[in-house]
Design a protein around this ligand. Structure first.
Ligand SMILES: C[C@H](O)[C@H](O)[C@H]1CNC2=NC(N)=NC(=O)C2=N1
Length: 101
């Protein structure tokens, strides 16, 4: 049920619970660009987020260039957004929040 695809209404409701994530035009993905002070902080974030992703069995699409991490969250199995994407988004925000940025 966590992998059940959300409709537009559910997406707008859920979007209000996350901080500065964007929805793509097709409403299939949540995206956010994180900027850190240096590569070490960026990679530290990725390491911590990777552990959460493994625990949730839900994995991000992401790209790291120096101190920037671009994240895109979507549920491949459902072909759109599900509760797991929002769970991972919230966890990523929490990781950033707890590391002093
Ligand atoms: C078998 C395994 O549970 C699935 O392949 C999981 C793994 N991680 C996943 N991650 C994401 N983002 N979407 C999925 O549909 C997905 N499926």
């Amino acid at each position: 049920m966590k992998r059940q695809k959300f409709d537009s209404t559910a997406i707008s409701e859920k979007l209000a619970t996350v901080s500065s994530w964007e929805i793509d035009a097709g409403e299939t993905a949540l995206s956010k660009t994180f900027k850190f002070v240096d590569f070490s902080e960026a990679f530290g974030f990725m390491a911590r987020a990777a552990l959460v992703a493994e625990k949730l069995d839900h994995h991000p699409e992401w790209k790291n260039v120096y101190r920037t991490v671009e994240v895109r969250l979507t549920t491949h199995d459902a072909g759109g957004l599900t509760g797991l994407d929002f769970e991972l988004a919230i966890a990523m925000d929490r990781i950033v929040g707890s590391s002093g940025h």
